[in-house]
Ligand binder design. Structure first.
Ligand code: GAL
Length: 524
């Protein structure tokens, strides 16, 4: 994808006006340029995305080599384990691996402008999602108005916008693919919850689930679904209560690669002493977490028994300190908070309070501070996000530092130049996708200023200087706070620009609600 500078500035100007109600006061070219920070991608190939990929023995393997640069592109790979093959035109790697182990693969991409290489480590074992899942989810934009057609269009847009070339992978259907008997005035939701054998029935908007998943896979993307351990989902649609194993099988048969499992009406079950086999759990009261763990262990086991790799996303808003046991039920990620919305208050109060969960992040197991609220969002009534451009940089920087799942929540067909630019900075995405899988922690905090640091696999460190205050501020990242010594090269990740070598601190002026995100590399 290539932007011309003028086109970009005009697009950003229009977007910024609609965003912040600036229609009377035209911003200067300088300030608009400053809002678009990610430099345009090169016409030459560049391979992006995760550098490590986990798969279970014998599961269908699917990996798209995320690559920017002009097409046509020719892909090749050396060191691919037996059982895998590569489509040289599309860059899709598929197949099955039947021997456990770690395989070092060298990926190559070639076009008329040049060639690129990147190492990929394939780990065949027990753990999947070795880096945080990246993709899209229907909830923050469509909520109860989701349909197969909208999901297909989101998948198309993931490809046509070029986002797929930066590692964005999952297309996840949230609530409302099931029937709902409380919305009596909506005929598309009125079918049976289950057939005579107990198989869950998609609603009329999702007439052909398998066809939809095949379509998504055909684009080089993966597909996700949603359910609840309770009898009903949060939107009062059919949940999985007493059909856990059967539902896991159905999802696998349809070909799904991801399940978000949302507590919702399970509250009632967890408090019902007549349910003899179910341990009691009362939110905010129980000291024993067994009842909170129980339904997730059940589904975790059912998913693990499938012959597909299905990312298991726990959604229960952080109850019973889920980060302490999420991994033990095969959880690949777990929501640590209630729902986010597109306000500074919501995003910042969630994002800046994740330190307690940070030690539990690891490859295959990530804290989830909820989905992204950039672009056109609005839970059925979409509007441009109410976050300012600086707040959006804070959002993406912080989520990347936290090694959070990155799930775009906006209308994929309304991606403007600013949002696209925000979501396609490969150096920022690399921070999120780093193979070490550590979450950043706050190393310094003073009133409205925070410094976060995240150690990276190659010995370097990502550092975020955040200003939560109402005025611009000069923020210092001091080596002593970061636990480092000596000379370090500083690189501005949003601008993809080297800022020289520093020997005991890095300081920068940071806009109100904004961030400066840098990478420090030891300069020996
Ligand atoms: C909430 C969940 C949201 C969304 C919604 C669907 O509980 O946190 O992310 O899934 O349910 O009804």
């Amino acid at each position: 994808m290539k932007h011309t500078l003028l086109g970009t500035i005009v697009a950003v100007a229009l977007f910024a006006c609609s965003l912040s109600g600036f229609s009377q006061s035209v911003q200067s070219v300088d300030s608009l340029q400053a809002m678009i920070l990610t430099p345009p991608t090169s016409e030459k190939p560049r391979i992006n995305g995760a550098k490590v990929f986990g798969v279970r023995l014998g599961s269908p393997f699917m990996y798209t080599i995320a690559t920017t640069g002009v097409r046509p592109m020719k892909f090749s790979a050396t060191g691919l384990p037996k059982g895998l093959s590569l489509d040289p035109k599309k860059g899709f790697i598929t197949g099955n691996i039947n021997t456990k182990g770690t395989y070092d693969v060298l990926l190559k991409a070639k076009n008329a402008k040049g060639t690129a290489e990147r190492k990929l480590k394939i780990v065949v074992g027990e753990t999947i999602a070795l880096t945080p899942p990246m993709g899209w989810n229907s909830w923050n934009v469509f909520a109860g108005e989701v349909s197969a057609d909208k999901v297909k269009r989101a998948a198309d847009a993931m490809v046509n916008s070029g986002l797929i070339n930066h590692g964005w992978t999952y297309i996840n259907i949230d609530d409302y693919w099931e029937n709902n008997h409380q919305k009596k005035n909506d005929p598309t939701l009125q079918g049976d919850f289950r057939d005579a054998e107990g198989n869950v029935q998609p609603n009329a908007r999702f007439a052909d689930m398998k066809g939809l998943v095949d379509y998504i896979h055909g684009q080089g993307l993966k597909a996700g679904l949603y359910s609840s351990p309770g009898p009903l989902t949060c939107g009062r649609c059919a949940g999985s209560w007493q059909h856990e194993v059967q539902d896991a099988q159905t999802y696998a048969n349809w070909g799904f690669d991801y399940l978000k499992y949302d507590w919702c009406s399970y509250n009632k079950i967890a408090q019902d002493s007549t349910q003899k086999e179910v341990p009691i759990y009362i939110r905010n009261k129980s000291t024993d977490s067994a009842g909170a763990i129980y339904p997730y262990a059940l589904m975790g086991k059912a998913l693990a028994a499938q012959k597909r790799d299905i990312v298991f996303s726990l959604c229960q808003y952080g109850m019973a300190d889920v980060w302490k046991w999420g991994a033990t039920v095969n959880g690949n990620c777990w929501r640590t908070t209630g729902d986010i919305n597109d306000s500074w208050k919501s995003m910042s109060s969630i994002g800046f309070k994740q330190d307690k969960c940070a030690p539990y992040a690891a490859p295959g197991h990530f804290n989830d501070p909820d989905m992204l609220v950039v672009g056109y969002v609005g839970w059925g009534k979409p509007h441009p996000t109410r976050l300012t451009p600086d707040e959006q940089y804070t959002h993406i920087s912080l989520w990347s530092l936290l090694a959070a799942p990155l799930l775009i929540g906006c209308d994929m067909e309304k991606l403007d130049a600013f949002t696209l630019n925000l979501l396609t900075n490969d150096e920022v995405i690399d921070v999120d996708q780093d193979a070490l899988g550590k979450a950043a922690t706050k190393v310094y905090s003073d009133n409205s200023v925070d410094v976060y640091a995240k150690p990276l696999e190659d010995g370097s460190m990502a550092v975020g200087l955040f200003n939560r205050g109402a005025d611009k501020a000069t923020i210092k990242a001091i080596w002593k706070d970061l636990g480092i010594k000596g000379k370090w090269k500083v690189r501005d990740l949003w601008r993809q620009k080297d800022l020289g070598v520093q020997s005991d601190r890095f300081e920068a002026e940071v806009a109100s609600h904004g961030v400066v995100l840098v990478k420090l590399v030891a300069d020996n």
